[in-house]
Design a protein around this ligand. Structure first.
Ligand code: FAD
Length: 332
């Protein structure tokens, strides 16, 4: 039996993929009225890290590019399986992307080159026994035990000279100082890529950039359902019921430069997917390097201002678990 929602409203802070997916699930799976869903986005474009904008004269900006993968991304594929393609009526986005990828498979023939441009032989991963042991141990070590360990605290220097490291790090954008937990998660999630990491055949590509191939169709699906999109609208602060830090009673926003307050009534919901990989990024050009942006982005500012008004946010003490990494150094 469908639930009646009356005049309940749902507000999503941010217009990235998470909010767009949330709006689809609410309408599609919960029968929630689209006209009562509000997406507030500070940029002038939807998509968050999946943005894509520009023109031939001034150039294009696409801050993120996802390496889609057939065997993983279960949720995304399920979502796109019910969104119609814009270019090919009758096909879902999932079908459109698969069709394109089958017709244009990825197959790198020069996965690694040396400094002179010579194609390298990558038929061996290049591991020594210590690398193999460290890798095996990483995979069976529970996350709490890894704590804040970095990849280069777990593996010996030799590991970072292997073909495997160069291919894995450049596929998934790892640096040696990144989190060992994150590295382990990727190892487990993409284990099936091992035999084809040298060709990148596992990478599924979309017909256009992911803004035009995913975000635009999601927008075009949601808009006729009445979903309300407000661009150039930054949520700057949340007010909570008696300072409980959970029940939002009002959102302070700056909409197109003007301050405003959105009252949140009993039964309404505010959904915030805090954090953004691309906010705070700065852009370079073909002739100038991007400047270092030290200012905080709006999602972190919102976190900080809301934190001041709430009790119990972000106060969990660090994990006390001690663990020895394969090099014998304790890591927390
Ligand atoms: C270069 C790159 C490569 C990537 N590769 C992959 C990959 O291969 N596979 C993969 O799965 N993922 C990948 N990702 C990650 C993936 O893109 C993100 O996890 C995903 O897009 C996050 O979606 P989101 O909606 O949670 O956040 P975002 O896309 O960051 O959207 C958040 C939105 O909220 C807005 N916002 C924030 N604060 C406020 C506020 N206070 N008021 C109003 N609006 C606000 C922001 O402007 C932004 O538009 C990659 C990301 C990048 C940058």
């Amino acid at each position: 039996m469908r639930r009646e929602y009356g005049n309940e409203q749902v507000y999503f802070v941010g217009g990235g993929l998470a909010s767009l997916a949330g709006a689809v699930y609410l309408v599609r799976d919960c029968g929630f009225p689209g006209r009562n869903i509000h997406i507030l986005e500070e940029m002038k474009i939807l998509g968050g890290s999946n943005d894509g904008a520009g023109d031939a004269e001034h150039g294009y900006v696409i801050r993120g590019g996802r390496m889609l993968n057939d065997e993983t991304y279960e949720n995304l594929w399920e979502l796109l399986g019910t969104i119609p393609s814009v270019d090919q009526p009758g096909l879902s986005l999932r079908e459109e992307i698969t069709q394109f990828d089958n017709a244009n498979p990825t197959r790198s023939r020069a996965r690694l080159i040396d400094s002179t441009g010579e194609i390298q032989d990558v038929s061996s991963m290049g591991f020594d026994m210590a690398d193999r042991l460290a890798m095996g141990k990483l995979l069976i070590t529970p996350e709490p035990a890894l704590g804040v360990t970095r990849i280069n605290e777990w593996f010996a220097p030799h590991f970072f000279t292997t073909n495997f490291w160069y291919m894995w790090a450049t596929t998934f954008a790892f640096q040696p100082w990144h989190s060992a937990v994150e590295f382990k998660r990727y190892m487990l999630r993409f284990m099936h890529e091992f035999p084809r990491i040298q060709t990148l055949e596992g990478v599924t590509r979309t017909p256009y950039n992911q803004y035009d191939s995913i975000i635009v169709p999601l927008h075009q699906y949601l808009e006729p359902l009445g979903v309300d999109f407000t661009l150039k609208c930054t949520v700057t602060d949340l007010e909570f019921k008696d300072g409980d830090g959970i029940t939002v009673t009002a959102m302070n926003v700056v909409r197109d430069g003007t301050e405003d307050t959105i009252r949140i009534h009993e039964g309404d919901r505010v959904i915030i997917t805090n954090g953004s990989m691309t906010e705070g990024s700065s852009l370079g050009s073909m002739t100038s390097a991007p400047g270092l942006n030290r200012s905080k982005g709006s999602s972190w500012k919102l976190w900080e201002t809301s934190l001041r008004r709430s009790r119990g946010w972000g106060t969990r003490p660090p994990s006390p678990i001690m663990w020895m990494n394969p090099n014998g150094n304790p890591s927390r």
